[in-house]
Write a protein that binds this ligand. Structure first.
Ligand SMILES: [Zn+2]
Length: 217
């Protein structure tokens, strides 16, 4: 009965059909079996354990077990009692700062390769500046050098926008690059991705950049 599908991924929706998590098939089955979740099919129909066993899954569905053809693996489950959003934060990291700032120098607006980008303390550490989302921006090597240990005002630079901590949304935990199964797609609506970053204009954020944001768990 040991089957590699047991550790493959299942998308978890809260009661409002919002994606909140990715779990394993093993955990998904145990949730469905004990009544904590229902399997969801391509028509958004929900199934408890018994009805899922009778569900005519698509012929190419992954299956586990050996008894009479095995049980189809649900790729999406719906939690029955959970309607809050999990509290999570986006990890403060070099790559996440670059993603927030779209690989763009916040002083001159250039968009070079990542190898040509640095992190800059807006208020330099030598002047008491802290290493936080609000005081660190993406900056090209040339601007970084010109600015040196000065504040933007002292260096004659201007920040086009105030750096902020990115807001977490459920969609971040299942970034488009992590959409492993077509069954997940209807629940990961691309237009909603534009609201991922609080400092963004609607629709201005590319999928590839969201995919790079790492979550602190
Ligand atoms: Zn620059």
């Amino acid at each position: 009965m040991v089957n590699s599908h047991l550790s493959s991924s299942v998308l978890v929706l809260n009661r409002s059909f919002l994606p909140i998590h990715v779990t394993s098939v093993r955990r998904a089955f145990s949730l469905i079996f004990c009544g904590g979740a229902q399997a969801v099919d391509a028509n958004y129909q929900t199934f408890d354990f018994e009805s899922w066993l009778l569900h005519p899954a698509s012929p190419d569905a992954d299956r586990i077990g050996t008894i009479s053809g095995g049980i189809a693996v649900p790729r999406v489950i719906l939690l029955r009692h959970y309607d809050r959003m999990p509290k999570r934060q986006i990890r403060f990291s070099r790559v996440n700062i670059f993603s927030r700032d779209r690989n763009t120098c916040q002083y001159c607006g250039k968009n070079p390769q990542r190898s040509e980008l640095n992190l800059d303390h807006v208020v330099p550490r030598s002047q008491g500046g802290r290493t936080t989302w609000e005081n660190v921006v993406c900056c090209c090597v040339a601007c970084n050098r010109r600015k040196g240990g000065r504040t933007p005002a002292q260096a004659g630079f201007r920040l086009p926008r105030k750096p902020v901590r990115p807001r977490w949304t459920p969609l971040l935990s299942v970034a488009p690059s992590n959409v492993r199964y077509r069954e997940w797609r209807p629940f990961l609506i691309p237009t909603e991705l534009s609201s991922v970053m609080s400092s963004d204009k609607p629709g201005s954020f590319g999928d590839s950049k969201i995919a790079e944001l790492e979550l602190a768990v």
